[in-house]
Design a protein around this ligand. Structure first.
Ligand SMILES: [Zn+2]
Ligand SMILES: [Zn+2]
Length: 291
């Protein structure tokens, strides 16, 4: 990462600000899940975009705004599912001159008559789309994994909440402990079993308490001589996420400051708490120690 600020889980990015899960991108701000993009703002899950804003699930587009699932488009505004189009607004084709004129009128109108949500928050051109227009409930999104809120907190902020659609498994037909670590050749019987989830968190709402195996999963575990998982897919996901450091940065103090008081950086940000069992070095001391 180069010249980036508050960028998490990114690699090969330059000039990334408030950005996460992105790669091979340059000068993108407030973005999530971008690959090979440049000059983008508030885009999510896109590839090969140039100078796009507020767009989701798009690829190979440039100069597009508020687009969703568009590919190979340029100069489109508020369009969905277009392929290889240009100068469209709300999926309607315009001439280049009409497109630019109407786009400017819409942007001006968004600023003069902003959208007001049920909580009275106003959204002008340049703000992220209102949460209440999202087709997803807060607890269905990544946000809930990182910034966990209760149902009450969600509703008080005006975010939608959906009861987890998970039904508790009414029965299990086999305990995890009774499955051998080395799978026998005739393990096909496991495809018929409802296997107990040895879940680490009894209160985890997304865990149904049991899981089944698909044929491909079982073939994969057998081929690579792997043990079967102990937990259901939801618990596996949760455990994987817990092994990541959260996207939080702390103010660090260089652990080498006494010896190198002339060179240490007084302030720097680190993913590690000062109280952790690590010796944290500033960049120059780190470079000196490892190079
Ligand atoms: Zn589980
Ligand atoms: Zn230092």
């Amino acid at each position: 990462m180069k010249d980036s600020y508050l960028a998490f889980a990114c690699w090969h990015i330059e000039g990334g600000i408030f950005t996460s899960l992105s790669s091979f991108s340059k000068d993108c701000v407030d973005c999530l899940g971008l690959t090979n993009c440049e000059l983008c703002y508030e885009c999510i899950q896109c590839q090969r975009l140039y100078n796009c804003r507020y767009s989701i699930d798009c690829e190979n587009c440039c100069d597009c705004l508020f687009c969703f699932d568009c590919s190979g488009c340029n100069d489109c505004f508020g369009c969905i599912g277009l392929r290889g189009k240009s100068n469209c607004i709300l999926n309607k084709q315009y001439s280049k001159a009409d497109y630019e004129a109407l786009r400017n009128v819409i942007v001006q109108s968004m600023n003069e008559k902003p959208f007001v949500d049920q909580k009275g928050r106003t959204y002008r051109y340049g703000d992220f789309l209102p949460t209440e227009l999202s087709p997803f409930a807060y607890n269905d999104t990544l946000s809930c994994e990182i910034f966990a809120l209760t149902e009450k907190e969600c509703l008080s902020l005006g975010f939608a909440w959906r009861p987890p659609p998970i039904e508790r498994a009414s029965k299990t037909t086999i305990t995890r402990a009774s499955i051998p670590d080395v799978l026998p050749d005739d393990s096909a019987y496991l495809l018929r079993e409802i296997i107990e989830c040895t879940r680490p968190d009894e209160t985890y709402a997304l865990c149904p308490g049991a899981f089944r195996l698909t044929q491909k999963e079982l073939a994969f575990y057998s081929l690579h001589k792997l043990q079967l998982p102990d937990t259901c897919p939801a618990c596996r996901h949760k455990l994987r996420m817990q092994s990541r450091r959260p996207p939080i940065l702390y103010h660090g103090k260089c652990g080498a400051m006494d010896e190198k008081s002339s060179r240490y950086s007084r302030n720097f940000l680190t993913a590690y708490r000062q109280t952790d069992d690590f010796k944290i070095l500033c960049e120059s001391c780190f470079q000196e120690a490892v190079l």
